[in-house]
Design a protein around this ligand. Structure first.
Ligand code: ATP
Length: 199
């Protein structure tokens, strides 16, 4: 099964793009969403996060997102430790999800692929890019955040130019109207790639 990584910076439109691949009946795995589900439902993760952050990591048995966000903001050691707890469990969950899929390829949306040198886990990689001011505005419209916080996250991520160079395909998401066409072309190229590389 071919695994296509879909990545891009905060607010670039990864999830918007992933949803459009569903029009071609491509199964979509959104790592962020699955990670949050696992953080709320896996007893093993809960225990490890409570050991790391203390009992306030959970409120009413649900992940206390503002508390965690506050802890990891500007504290890379905490972020790295949290990722070391959660990421391996998401990878295991993805592997078992993958076994249940039956299609030419699947899309796995992950915000950070290149930053963690995880390119080798994917057969092909698509990057979604967009102007920084548009990305900032979209995130501010969507989340209760501040420009400073969003810009700090952006500055921790690889630039669009660098990501584009490392990707097999690039989707420019400055205007939603152009997405369907771009995605259809990429979908057809992926199918061609699969055909050409089939033994
Ligand atoms: P994140 O990594 O921050 O979760 P993302 O890359 O998955 O974000 P989306 O969640 O798809 O991005 O998009 C961010 C917000 O911007 C959403 O509210 C989405 O509806 C909106 N959005 C996405 N693309 C466009 C566009 N071309 N024009 C206007 N709004 C858009």
């Amino acid at each position: 099964m071919i695994v296509v990584g879909l990545t891009g910076g905060i607010g670039s439109g990864k999830t918007t793009v992933a949803e459009l691949f569903k029009n071609f009946n491509i199964p979509i795995y959104i790592a962020d969403v699955e990670a949050k589900l696992l953080m709320n439902n896996s007893q093993a993760i809960k225990q490890e996060l409570i050991s790391l952050f203390g009992k306030n990591a959970y409120k009413n048995n649900q992940l206390n997102k503002p508390f965690i966000a506050d802890k990891i903001f500007n504290n890379k050691a905490y972020l790295d430790q949290m990722n070391a707890i959660v990421h391996p469990k998401v990878r295991t969950h993805f592997k078992s999800w993958l076994k249940g899929q039956n299609s030419a390829y699947v899309i796995k949306e992950v915000a950070i692929i290149f930053e963690h040198q995880q390119q080798s886990q994917y057969d092909l990689i698509i990057s979604v890019i967009a102007n920084q001011d548009k990305r900032l505005q979209r995130v501010l419209n969507r989340d209760q955040s501040t420009p400073e916080k969003v810009l700090a996250i952006m500055n921790n991520q690889m630039s669009d130019v660098a990501k584009a160079k490392l990707s097999d395909f690039v989707i420019v998401n400055n205007d939603k109207n152009t997405l369907k066409n771009q995605i259809e072309k990429i979908h057809n190229s992926i199918l061609k790639h699969i055909e050409n590389t089939a033994i």
